[in-house]
Design a protein around this ligand. Structure first.
Ligand code: URP
Ligand code: ZN
Ligand code: ZN
Length: 474
């Protein structure tokens, strides 16, 4: 790797921004200095004048090649190139335990899919779907293999859903080894009954996806997961919080001193349930779980971000084609594969409609999309920050570059884009992955296989406020 200097840019951290030059050597940030400080170094110089210099985004919530009944979400190849061009340099993907198989088999399957096929670095969570004594005993081994975060689905009955006993046992065991439990909080039993009732009465269109998953279904499961975490004294992380009531459950628990954390996703901030009512079957494009909510929830989510109730934003990128895949549910909304896309555009959207619309500062954007995800997922300070010794995962972000999002020009593999027609002001111009220039003048110039598996460390930020663990972490 050639030595590089990024000069004249505005470096942004979660707490401030300043003008400085960055020296990159051997994949890491070697030094940060004042303007011109490295002028005498024999290096390639990249001029970042007028650009923000931010850490590569860490998207802690993606689903690459994920089995969804009878089909798979979009693969690593297309989606990680799209991610790179959008300014994301690390994803944390969900390896799904196949029923009857071990956690190690899930890790191996995911690594096999990812290695040689990923444009950016990746780490893994494991979604436990089939618990028994052997799997409980395997949790410490997963942590030793660098997988420290365990996802449990409280929804998707007869597929990935687990019961409360599983949630309780995994919370208890993962706490012993510094793991973090992440939950998809929706009451899957009740959703399943509601779906049957609606489909049987002929209500089969995409909008009924939202009707059968009302926000109380999410709030109740959030409350239950938090209660079980409290009983086990384990930290818990609630993914894809979609609106006011579940956010309020997290807020209340945090005010009681419980180690409860949460993530929301760009689509809950920028899209609403009217998209599910688009003419014909178009609403199927927007079927994801939890569902898109009424518009009034968007401001409540911004409030939850501002007051610290929610600490991260992740894309929940789980992309399917409209034509061949979403159409599986043409006669029955409950058969539409759940998930949407966004990894190519999430930073652009968050900058254009978050920072520029004064919902948050650019410092907060860095905190929510890079620093905090890296901290919670055990990847900090290797990832999520521009600091001496950190991986040189760096984005030069042009705050003025304009374009309109269109599926026909996207790199994401799907035949549609969640954010079709949104106008953008601000996007990644250059991206460096461990010092390698992988996006130049907003064009991908890297190669698949360049991305590496990154082990996550136990006792991430979720443990910062827990003073009872015996590892002396706090
Ligand atoms: O609809 C969604 N969110 N699909 C991806 C899987 C999940 O629930 O996170
Ligand atoms: Zn989920
Ligand atoms: Zn997800």
């Amino acid at each position: 790797m050639t030595t590089k200097v990024i000069k004249n840019g505005i470096i942004v951290t979660p707490v401030h921004q300043y003008k400085g030059d960055i020296l990159i050597e051997d994949e890491i940030v070697k030094a940060i200095g004042k303007k011109g400080e490295f002028a005498a170094v024999k290096a390639e110089f990249i001029d970042a004048d007028g650009l923000y210099v931010i850490p590569g985004a860490v998207d802690e919530h993606t689903h690459m090649s994920m089995p969804s009944p009878d089909t798979y979400s979009m693969p690593w190849e297309t989606e990680t190139i799209a991610a790179a061009v959008g300014g994301t340099t690390t994803i944390v993907d969900f390896a799904i335990q196949e029923k009857g198989k071990t956690l190690t088999e899930a890790i191996d399957t995911w690594k096999k899919n990812a290695n040689n096929n990923t444009a950016i670095d990746y780490s893994l969570h494991i979604a436990i779907t089939d618990l028994n004594e052997d799997i409980i005993a395997e949790i410490p081994s997963a942590v030793e293999q660098g997988v420290t975060t365990f996802k449990l689905f409280m929804a998707y009955k007869d597929d990935k859903m687990v019961d409360d006993a599983t949630l309780y046992r995994v919370l208890k065991q993962s706490k012993e080894v510094g793991g973090l439990v992440m939950v998809h909080a929706e009451n899957g039993d009740v959703i399943s009954i509601l779906q049957d009732e609606y489909v049987k009465s002929g209500k089969t269109e995409p909008f009924y996806h939202a009707i059968t998953r009302p926000i109380e279904i999410e709030a109740e499961a959030t409350r239950r997961a938090i209660a079980l975490a409290n009983i086990t004294d384990a930290p818990i992380f609630i993914v894809h919080v979609s609106g006011e009531e579940p956010a309020e459950e997290i807020r209340k628990a945090r005010m009681n001193g419980q180690a409860v954390f949460g993530e929301t996703c760009p689509h809950y901030l920028f899209l609403d349930d009217s998209y599910l009512q688009l003419p014909g079957f178009e609403g199927a494009k927007y079927v994801c779980s939890p569902p898109l909510r009424e518009k009034t929830h968007q401001q409540k989510l911004w409030n939850a971000i501002a007051d610290g109730t929610l600490q991260t934003i992740g894309t929940d990128h789980c992309s399917f084609n409209y034509k061949e895949q979403k159409h599986r549910g043409i006669d029955d909304f409950s058969k539409i594969p759940n998930g949407g896309n966004g990894i190519e555009n999430w930073l652009q959207m968050l900058y254009s409609y978050g920072v520029k619309k004064e919902n948050m500062t650019i410092e907060k954007l860095v905190e929510l999309t890079a620093t905090n995800p890296a901290k919670f997922m055990g990847l900090f300070p290797k990832k999520g920050t521009i600091s001496v010794g950190s991986d040189a995962d760096i984005v030069l972000f042009d705050p003025n570059k304009k374009h309109t999002i269109k599926a026909e020009t996207q790199l994401q593999g799907s035949d549609y884009n969640f954010y079709e027609g949104f106008t953008i002001e601000g996007s990644a111009q250059h991206v460096f992955l461990r010092g390698e220039h992988i996006v130049k003048d907003d064009k991908y110039i890297g190669h698949l296989g360049q991305g590496q598996f990154i082990e996550s460390k136990p006792y991430g930020a979720a443990y910062d406020s827990i003073r009872t663990n015996d590892k002396g972490v706090v």
